[in-house]
Design a protein. Structure first.
Length: 278
């Protein structure tokens, strides 16, 4: 599948990313002493096979360490991985794989080929949406204020072979926003409701400023009376003046889709005015 002007990665590239992720996971799980023992083994093997004709460089040694780890992990061949990967990717592009209602507006937004760019997903309640978008080749930035939520998303992304498409950050709303220009921003109303009003306003203002023309904000429906922020006319007008607004509603509550309208082109000066300037 292609989205916009960005080509989809080839299966060979996907496979290389899968192998790299598994090797890096292994390095993080073992002790430093164990990693050094593997490095010593790599040096001995390279020395034994060099026959004074091979210059032992750091890059070569690191590559051999990765090769030894790959052997230990018994990672699948490309052919075996490809069969499993294609089946998994088909499942991942079904919303029910992530517990997402098939009527959710995110289903159609994920497949929009004209939305070419990053996706920003905010809040643990929208974490499954971050992975769903990644399955459709979106490069996703996910933020939440809770460390367990961010770590949980990273763990599942790795298990679903989507880790290379998702960058996750622990961020308190209103204090910092990653350097993004998202074409699609998905907001968990619970995360917004938990921020105090000044922080929430500062975050939303910053998000509006970094959204390019044509970009979309999707404020998912929340639980009425518990985590849904007020979406009255005055609130909407205050944040999204000049945007195209569409209300969304499901059994859990009310939401909003806001699209930033393109900046109209400047009108050319009339010839008489141009001549007068000259």
């Amino acid at each position: 599948m292609r989205r916009g002007g960005r080509p989809e990665r080839s299966l060979q590239q996907e496979y290389a990313a899968f192998i790299e992720e598994r090797i890096e996971e292994f390095k993080q799980q073992i002790s430093r002493e164990e990693l050094l023992r593997i490095a010593d083994e790599a040096v001995r093997e390279l020395d034994a096979g060099a026959e004074d004709q091979l210059l032992l460089t750091e890059v070569l040694m690191l590559d051999h360490v990765d090769r030894l780890i790959r052997q230990r992990l018994n990672l699948p061949t490309f052919r075996r991985w490809r069969t499993r990967h294609l089946k998994l990717r088909r499942a991942q592009r079904g919303p029910t794989h992530w517990g997402i209602d098939g009527r959710s507006p995110i289903v159609s937004l994920a497949e929009r080929a004209d939305l070419d760019g990053q996706a920003l997903v905010v809040g643990g309640g929208a974490a499954p949406i971050a992975l769903y978008l990644a399955a459709f080749d979106w490069p996703v930035v996910f933020i939440d204020a809770e460390v367990p939520i961010v770590e949980g998303l990273e763990t599942r992304a790795a298990a679903e072979s989507l880790g290379s498409r998702v960058d996750a950050f622990v961020v308190s709303l209103g204090y910092w926003l990653p350097d993004v220009r998202p074409m699609l921003s998905v907001l968990d109303p619970g995360a917004l409701a938990r921020a105090n009003p000044p922080e929430r306003e500062q975050f939303l203002r910053a998000l509006l400023d970094c959204t390019p023309p044509g970009g979309i904000h999707c404020l998912m429906p929340g639980t009425p009376g518990r985590d849904a922020i007020t979406l009255g006319p005055e609130t909407v007008k205050a944040y999204y003046a000049g945007w195209h607004l569409e209300r969304i509603h499901d059994g859990s509550g009310r939401g909003l889709i806001a699209t930033r309208l393109p900046v109209p082109p400047s009108l050319p000066q009339r010839r008489s005015e141009t001549a007068a300037d000259g």
